[in-house]
Design a protein around this ligand. Sequence first.
Ligand code: FMN
Length: 196
Amino acid sequence: MTEKVAESSVELHELIARRWSPRAFDPDEKISDKQLRALLEAARWAPSYGNTQPARFLVGPRGSQTFDRILGVLTEANQAWAHRVSVLFLGLAVTRNEKGELPYATYGVALAAQNLVLQAVAEGLAGHQMAGFDPQAARREFSLPDDVEPVVAIAVGKPVDADILGHEALIDRERAPRRRLPLSEIALSDWNVPAF
Ligand SMILES: Cc1cc2nc3c(=O)[nH]c(=O)nc-3n(C[C@H](O)[C@H](O)[C@H](O)COP(=O)(O)O)c2cc1C
């Protein structure tokens, strides 16, 4: 499998350094019930605004109807690789409760999603988050009520060598180095003034 450990000026925890978003996954890898629970427990223990816990996840292990239904609402480009993963999730935000609009609902889903993805790394797997899906189609497919918003799809599986992707351009993209803005551009002591 391709490894793309983050280059950083100081050593990072390996869960953070080793996480990346592959598209080459082992089509024969089955996720265990324990691993699946671990991913969702990690999501459950994410922080949220006022502990409002807005995140919900549709859970589709490969071979299940839910997998096929989530796969069906992904863009074609995402379907082309995501059909091989061990489990597909659709992250949903509950945007209202009995007191009214829930602030920071999508932020809560993002935090839960990242917890899930980091736990995937801890399980020897990898996660790939996707905005490339049709939210209206997801809404129809799962009969979601108006106060539930589809936010992100997440693919989790066992990463394998890029060759499985078949096309040269896709293989090259899979092996391309990861890029980030320099620390001096994101850590500021005043606007446009680097903190380091
Ligand atoms: C909210 C969100 C939506 C994304 N949507 C897609 C997507 O639809 N398809 C895809 O292949 N990658 C998608 N990505 C993956 C990003 O392209 C990837 O995280 C980014 O290039 C950084 O690479 P890294 O995760 O390997 O560090 C998405 C990531 C996030 C966080």
